[in-house]
Design a protein around this ligand. Structure first.
Ligand code: XUL
Length: 540
């Protein structure tokens, strides 16, 4: 007994991302005890995904919904086979790729409540979804619905004022409207719409879990200031929708219940194990990176590239670019963010072209060229881009005279892809009124010194990396700990207090800015902006 009581408590964080499902287990001091992951393409080949998704063409991108419970069970089985001490897990939370939606069929709640440990989750849930495919953040097929919903609330700026973002193709409300319009049977057969985050949480809970107000802000459905579903927008989609969304969104430190019988029976979680509401991957990364000061900016260089920071809610002024969400660890403040679709997959494609896929050689090519790239600028749009909206894919290259050119030399190409991405971040982040003092970087490309050096030079600030990777799953584990600490104290405790001494606050500097190079980029920015405008106009 005494030994069992003394055994350190464990907090689990999962990250259901575009390409896989990861788990981080941390102790009370926020040290990582273990991480493990399932890669959708490699480990679950039956779902035939590429990069975790099905690209149907015509800007339609989905993920097979049943892959989510399958991955959850596989990852838990992996933990079980390594004798993971499930009985020490005090709380579990998670992170989901933002905006993606899950459509639970009529009767699915009963199925969820009755899940039994003697059959695979996916088998028991085979009839639980009214459509087998979940539209995800890479989908950009809902431009018509975006304009329609903006019109219903009084225009794009009115939509931004109300929800924190103008209508974006990947945002869930626009996706739901498309389903209601083009697949009315699916819509009518749905009893609950979840985000990927809340769907995964529902699996752990064995019942429908609410949506948290941070991920909820990525739907174009939530009144950002009041943190409630907007009647105006939900009704414009369908009078039935509000009921399908479940209760009002909840703060990120909410305990939604205890873990379900399925997980207790199969893995020996204790009946007391708390399930903490899940949130989106970018909000969780913000938590995992320990951002706490308004000048701290997080940059995640992953499948998507995102740049985000905390903002006093009184200062957040949503415009026609970028997003404002509720801060996932402090419902009283906001999180400002920009998201680019053309992130690591584009860097990988260019590295494949110019360096046979070796990121070391890609870095060497970059290092053989000068900041500013001799005036050459490229726009690498492999997927329709969000910021700015570039719906027509293709690579556009311009020389120092602003003339279109068909190709760059390999080393120029390598620098051009990274400089273009970082210049765009700087340009559009400044338009949101934000100037970083420090950048805290995460994601695969944050390990590449040539890439972080350009990031640092473009912004003119040091770039630091967290001492542990996997910021989204770690952030989820930290939020699980935070929720338990708030529950134990019977009041809200600042997240920074809970994480104060943990490794989340220990960064190493990975790049220092060269201010001469920074000046080159500052001078280059108006040219970049003018060329960007040309590219955007050429798509209209
Ligand atoms: C954010 C976004 C992406 C996904 C990636 O708005 O669309 O960063 O969250 O998982």
């Amino acid at each position: 007994m005494a030994t069992a009581r003394a055994a350190p408590r464990i907090f689990l964080g999962l990250d259901s991302s575009t390409q896989g499902l990861k788990v981080s287990a941390v102790d009370e001091n926020l040290n990582t005890i273990l991480t493990t992951a399932v890669n959708f393409d490699k480990d679950l080949p039956a779902f035939k995904t590429k990069g975790g998704v099905h690209d149907h063409g015509n800007a339609v991108v989905t993920t097979p919904t049943l892959m989510l419970p399958t991955a959850l069970e596989v990852v838990m089985d992996t933990l079980k086979s390594s004798d993971f001490p499930f009985e020490r897990v005090v709380a579990i939370s998670g992170s989901g790729q933002q905006h993606g939606s899950v459509y639970w069929a009529k009767g699915a709640r009963d199925t969820l409540r009755g899940l039994k440990a003697d059959a695979p989750l996916a088998h028991q849930l085979r009839d639980a979804f009214s459509t087998p495919n979940s539209p995800i953040w890479m989908d950009s097929s809902t431009t018509k619905q975006c304009r329609q919903l903006e019109e219903a609330v009084g225009g794009a700026q009115a939509m931004a004022d109300l929800t924190g973002s103008r209508a974006y193709e990947r945002f869930t409300g626009n996706q739901i409207l498309k389903i209601a319009q083009t697949s009315p049977k699916v819509f009518e057969g749905t009893e609950r719409v979840s985000l990927i985050s809340s769907a995964m949480c529902s699996l752990l809970l064995g019942d429908y879990a609410p949506i948290d107000n941070s991920d909820g802000a990525g739907m174009n459905l939530m009144d950002l200031r009041n943190q409630v579903w907007s009647d105006k927008i939900t009704t414009a989609i369908s009078p039935a929708l509000k009921g399908m969304l479940g209760p009002q969104p909840v703060p990120g430190h909410t305990i939604v219940g205890n873990i379900s019988q399925f997980f207790r029976d199969k893995y020996k979680f204790t009946p007391e194990c708390r399930v903490v509401v899940w949130s989106g991957d970018n909000p969780n990364s913000l938590a995992g990176l320990g951002l706490r000061n308004p000048g701290d900016v997080g940059v995640s260089l992953g499948t998507s590239d995102t740049i985000f920071s905390i903002m006093d809610s009184a200062d957040s002024k949503p415009g026609l670019e970028g997003h404002f969400f509720v801060n996932p660890v402090d419902p009283g403040s906001h999180m400002a963010m920009l998201c680019y679709k053309n992130g690591s997959l584009v860097r990988e494609a260019v590295a494949k072209d110019v360096a046979a896929g070796s990121f070391d050689d890609f870095a060497k090519l970059i290092q053989s060229t000068q900041p500013g790239n001799g005036g050459n600028i490229g726009f690498f749009v492999h997927q329709p881009e969000i910021i700015p909206f570039i719906p027509v894919t293709g690579v556009r290259r311009f020389n120092a005279q602003g003339e279109p050119v068909a190709a760059f030399a390999p080393e120029v190409e390598a620098r051009a892809v990274v400089e273009g991405q970082m210049l765009s971040m700087r340009l559009h982040k400044e338009k949101m009124g934000l100037k970083p003092k420090t950048i805290i970087c995460t994601g695969g490309a944050s390990q590449n010194p040539a890439i972080t050096k350009i990031l640092s030079d473009v912004f003119g600030v040091p770039v630091r990396a967290a001492s542990q990777p996997d910021s989204a799953s770690l952030g989820a584990a930290f939020r699980a700990l935070h929720a338990v600490k708030c529950e134990e104290a019977g009041k809200f405790i600042p997240f920074a207090e809970v994480t104060a001494n943990g490794p989340a606050t220990q960064y190493r500097t990975v790049a220092e800015p060269d201010m001469k190079a920074h000046d080159v980029y500052t001078a280059m920015l108006p040219r970049y902006e003018a060329l960007e405008k040309r590219v955007v106009e050429s798509c209209q």
